[in-house]
Write a protein that binds this ligand. Structure first.
Ligand code: URA
Length: 230
C-alpha cells in the first residue's frame, strides 16, 4: 500500500492533505523521515505522525438488528448479505458471529476480531442465545421438560443440551439454547412435532437487542459490552 493511502485510511484526511503532510516532513517511516507520498509500505512498517504511531481502524464490534431477507454469508448469488446494511470501511474484513437464517430477524453481532467471535460461538463456551419463536401449533407444557432434558434432532447422534423454554402463549415462546447447531431452534420444535413460523433472536449472552434499533439499523458495542464476553 502507498504511504499516502495508509495515512488517509488511518486519519480520514484526503489524499492531497496526506500528501502535503508527508512532503512537509511530518511522517516517519521506521524511525526515518519519509517525504515520498508514493512510498510503498508493508504491514510490519511503523509509521509515526507527530511521534504517534498510525494504525488502521482497530477491532470493530457491531450489533445489527437483522431484518428478514438477508443472508449472513459474505456473498450469495441470490440474496443481499447483511454486510450491505453497514456503512463501514473495509467491509471485507468483517464477519458475523455465528449465523441467523435468511428469514430470522434480531440480534446479530459482526466483528473483525476472530478471537472475540470464537469466544461467543465456540461450543465450549456455551454462550446463551434467546429466541422468540412463533409456532404453527399450540405448544404443550410438556415441551418445557423435553427441551430441558434435550431432544434428538433428525440426523444427529447426540441430544441437544438442556434448553429453557418459556411459554408466552400457546403459539409464542422464548427459547434459550446454549449451543448453535444448524437451524437448531426450528429443528428442536420440529423434533416435538411443531413448526416455527417466525423466529427472532432477542439476546446473545448478556446482550439484549436494543428496542431503539429498527430492523436494518446497527450500532457499535461499547468497550464495556465487548469485555462482557472476555
Ligand atoms: N435456529 C434456527 O433455526 N434458525 C436461526 O436462524 C437461528 C437459530
Amino acid at each position: 500500500m502507498r504511504l499516502d493511502k495508509f495515512v488517509c485510511d488511518c486519519t480520514g484526511l484526503t489524499r492531497s492533505q496526506a500528501g502535503k503532510l508527508i512532503r512537509q516532513g511530518e511522517i516517519q517511516l521506521n524511525g526515518l523521515l519519509c517525504k515520498q507520498p508514493a512510498q510503498q509500505i508493508k504491514e510490519s512498517d511503523v509509521v509515526l505522525l507527530d511521534d504517534e504511531p498510525l494504525r488502521l481502524t482497530g477491532p470493530r464490534y457491531i450489533l445489527l438488528h437483522k431484518p428478514a431477507g438477508y443472508v449472513c454469508s459474505t456473498d450469495d448469488p441470490d440474496h443481499n448479505t447483511v454486510f450491505v446494511l453497514l456503512d463501514e470501511p473495509n467491509i471485507d474484513k468483517l464477519h458475523t458471529v455465528g449465523r441467523l437464517d435468511l428469514d430470522t430477524t434480531g440480534l446479530l453481532l459482526i466483528t473483525d476480531d476472530g478471537q472475540w467471535s470464537h469466544k461467543i460461538s465456540s461450543p465450549k463456551h456455551e454462550c446463551a442465545k434467546t429466541y422468540r419463536a412463533w409456532l404453527a401449533d399450540p405448544v404443550e407444557d410438556s415441551a418445557i421438560a423435553q427441551f430441558a432434558e434435550g431432544v434428538m434432532l433428525r440426523g444427529e447422534k447426540t441430544p441437544t443440551k438442556p434448553a429453557q423454554l418459556e411459554i408466552i402463549n400457546p403459539t409464542e415462546c422464548l427459547l434459550t439454547i446454549h449451543e448453535g447447531r444448524y437451524h437448531q431452534v426450528k429443528r428442536m420444535f420440529a423434533a416435538i412435532g411443531n413448526k416455527v413460523v417466525q423466529l427472532h433472536r432477542e439476546r446473545v449472552g448478556p446482550l439484549t437487542l436494543d428496542t431503539s434499533l429498527a430492523e436494518g439499523e446497527y450500532r457499535q458495542l461499547t468497550p464495556e459490552e465487548v469485555s462482557l464476553f472476555n
